[in-house]
Design a binder for this molecule. Structure first.
Ligand SMILES: *Cc1c(COP(=O)(O)O)cnc(C)c1O
Length: 434
């Protein structure tokens, strides 16, 4: 086997033990703790290109790319040079800098229906602020969201389906109030009739529909034909705003994100992940009429001490400029992802294991199940036992996959066809082992 087998993970294990003493669960974001696959997380020392290296010196081919941001590969030389130069001039002022206008102009050029954009520090903040803005703009309070879509950890999004026919959400985390939950109405992804029912039952109360235009937090689930068009029409008919959460898809599926890739415009778009190129950045944008409701121009309040931070803006600007300057990058990423999907499918067919592979652009997910994966319910049908063995086998052989069956893979441009072949080779060995 070409790919190195992982030797010891002794140091990672020790680091995790120390971390657990002073950080809840040893991690600063739950999915990192490997809870759904079991075992001990690896601790990272460094990364370059398509590879991450753990604290014991083991190398892994990285298929999560920091959950998306590192689309041009880790520690890209040009981005590092820009960051170093910026850092030397000071790292935060709380006073405007020219770079904020430069990145805002670049993004508004890439997404033609976005006239103005406000920068924040995370995808969560972007989505939370977008919803407040939609409520302020429409003067309405209710929000439709889809089961299985993730929009960060703000209260209105931590809601799960209730048992009623037209679903009223119930909090799925202690600490979220019933009052908040009653304003979030839950719908099923790829089910337009369900959304229409909810609109009918709450006709002039719905401020916005928020959706991942290509879902990436229940595996990768592309929208069914006509689904987003239908949502666009319903929002127009009922006077609600359509919010595309492009935290994952923005600058990943195309420069103009899912909007460009699928040819549908939202009213408000949220960004995160790639927009910061590996530093903490989120953003939300819309046409001028909507954005001018924001403070200090309008009454909807939103602020941030580190928003538009010079290092973060530089990393984002540098990354987006590289994407823009490379007209082949999206077809290259797409080609690599299709190649990997095709090879994995061939191995699975040969072995006769039931599966579905969903793929769009550089997002991909493998589900060990026998039914099309189109929403949260079907995503949950996968064989989790098999997923766990798959995850750990790949990890042991130097392939880092998302540690949950509900997460998408994010391919990066630094991956070579050799890396992809090594991955298929390890995958074949895994299938032999079961
Ligand atoms: C990651 C993600 C978020 C949250 O972004 P954070 O930066 O983690 O707060 C929101 N929406 C989607 C679609 C995401 O994938």
């Amino acid at each position: 086997m070409k790919t190195n087998s992982v030797r010891s993970r002794e140091r990672s294990n020790k680091l995790f033990d120390s971390a657990k003493k002073v950080i809840p669960g040893g991690v600063n974001s739950p999915v990192r703790a490997f809870k759904s696959v079991g075992g001990t997380p690896i601790f990272i020392d460094k990364a370059k290109g398509a590879y991450i290296y753990d604290a014991d010196g083991n190398r892994y081919v990285d298929y999560i790319a920091s959950w998306g941001p590192m689309i041009i590969g880790h520690a890209h030389d040009a981005v590092l040079a820009d960051l170093t130069a910026t850092a030397q001039k000071g790292t935060s002022f709380g006073i405007p800098t020219e770079m904020e206008t430069k990145i805002a102009s670049l993004v508004t050029e890439m997404a033609p229906n976005v006239d103005q954009i406000r920068f924040v520090n995370s995808g969560t903040e972007a989505c939370m602020s977008a919803v407040r803005l939609a409520r302020g703009f429409t003067g309405r309070e209710k929000l439709i969201k889809f089961s299985g879509c993730y929009h960060g950890h703000a209260d209105p999004f931590l809601i799960e389906a209730g048992s009623g026919a037209v679903t009223f959400g119930t909090p799925n985390s202690p600490g979220v109030t019933k009052g908040t939950a009653k304003d979030t109405l839950l719908a099923r992804y790829n089910n337009l009739d369900n959304v229409e029912q909810i609109f009918k039952a709450n006709s002039d109360e719905i401020a916005a529909v928020i959706i991942e235009p290509v879902a990436g937090n229940m595996g990768c689930i592309p929208p069914a034909k006509g689904f987003l068009e239908g949502l666009r029409n319903l929002c127009n008919d009922y006077g609600a705003l359509l919010i595309f959460d492009e935290v994952m898809t923005g600058f990943r599926l195309a420069l103009g994100g899912a909007q460009e890739c699928l040819g549908i415009n939202a009213d408000i778009v949220t960004y995160g992940k790639v927009i910061g190129g590996g530093l903490p950045v989120g953003a939300f944008g819309a046409r001028k009429e909507i954005m001018s409701c924001l403070a200090p121009e309008g009454p909807v309040y939103q602020a941030g001490t580190l928003s538009g931070n010079p290092l973060a803006m530089t990393s984002g600007f540098s990354t987006l400029s590289i994407l823009k300057g490379d007209s082949d990058i999206y077809s290259r990423l797409n080609g690599k992802t299709e190649y990997l999907a095709k090879n994995m499918a061939a191995e699975l067919n040969e072995k006769g294991v039931p599966y579905r592979i969903n793929q769009l652009g550089s997002m991909l997910s493998l589900h060990f199940c026998d039914e099309d994966v189109v929403d949260f319910e079907t995503a949950a049908l996968g064989n989790n036992q098999l997923f766990k063995s798959y995850f750990h086998f790949m990890l042991e052989h130097g392939i880092y996959l998302p540690p949950s069956a509900f997460e998408s893979y994010f391919l990066n441009d630094a991956l070579s066809y050799n890396d992809l072949d090594d991955t298929s080779h390890v995958f074949r060995e895994f299938l032999k082992s079961i």
